[in-house]
Design a protein around this ligand. Sequence first.
Ligand SMILES: Cc1cc2nc3c(=O)[nH]c(=O)nc-3n(C[C@H](O)[C@H](O)[C@H](O)COP(=O)(O)OP(=O)(O)OC[C@H]3O[C@@H](n4cnc5c(N)ncnc54)[C@H](O)[C@@H]3O)c2cc1C
Length: 309
Amino acid sequence: MLRSALLAASRSPQVRTMVEKFPPTHAIVERFVAGDRLDQGVSATETLVSSGRKVTLDHLGEDTKDAEQAAATALAYEHLLTALKETGLAADAEVSVKLSAVGQFLPVDGEKIALENARRICQAAADAGTTVTLDMEDHTTTDSTLGIARELRADFPWLGVVLQAYLRRTEADCRDLAHEGSRVRICKGAYKEPESVAFQGKREVDLAYVRALKVLMAGQGYPMVASHDPNMIKIAGQLAEWNRRDVTSFEYQMLFGIRPEEQLRLAEAGNTMRVYLPYGQEWYGYFMRRLAERPANLTFFLRAMATRG
Ligand SMILES: Cc1cc2nc3c(=O)[nH]c(=O)nc-3n(C[C@H](O)[C@H](O)[C@H](O)COP(=O)(O)OP(=O)(O)OC[C@H]3O[C@@H](n4cnc5c(N)ncnc54)[C@H](O)[C@@H]3O)c2cc1C
């Protein structure tokens, strides 16, 4: 119930205005977001890299409604990738991109515009010597995102995609994408989805996550295990062992601000541990999904509201 309400609020302009105007919001958002500006994203990347972690940066934004904004987002990624190259961070930091931020939902030629903007970002990543992963949004975008990824991979074979274990289709998608050179980030899924397309309860989603992991770990690709769940992390490690994978053939990923001690433990044990690091002004949708994932985050937020001033 609560999760559904928060996910519905994540797409409501009215609630957005209310939350954005609430004075202590910024301090709370900082737990999950590096800051508003590019230099804050780069500086947080430096800190994470110096602690032995890798990074994937997200220039925040989604559901872009006009072509100029979509192009501006692609330009922001180009600036980011230039900054990563110039600061010597590109070997340890890649970028994550939401296709809806670069035009996928535009009513006229949305997919074409998103493809071209994503191509610019991939070219900038190639010039910087790093990679790109396409985030996955709600299920209405899955076919379009996988289609755009397929086209981009012809020129940028290192392009990664995200699959969401809660979708009933995902085990089959994992089989399609478990080939050599294929980078797949497997996460549980963060959107409100109908039962017709997605498993609903935690147990069902966890079992689906394990099935997806089994396919990816047994395949020839490069699995990116994106979860904070101790059980999923343990099972991923066991599956890697059973499939005789060495630590360079897969990686763990977690979100900035969530379970940092576990991030350090995994990195210190010799694993690749990559932190998903968002920065920018468009934090609202991302922040609301983090609240929806864990009721304790909401309590923290409400307590700050109650004690403000
Ligand atoms: C690197 C990365 C990239 C992602 N990209 C996408 C994407 O492209 N598309 C998409 O739909 N989803 C994405 N997600 C989000 C993902 O789908 C889940 O919603 C999120 O990771 C929570 O699931 P979990 O596997 O951690 O397990 P859960 O069962 O939700 O959580 C397990 C434990 O992790 C901790 N935890 C989880 N979430 C939080 C939180 N918000 N705050 C504090 N503690 C928490 C708690 O201790 C919790 O008990 C991504 C996640 C990661 C880590």
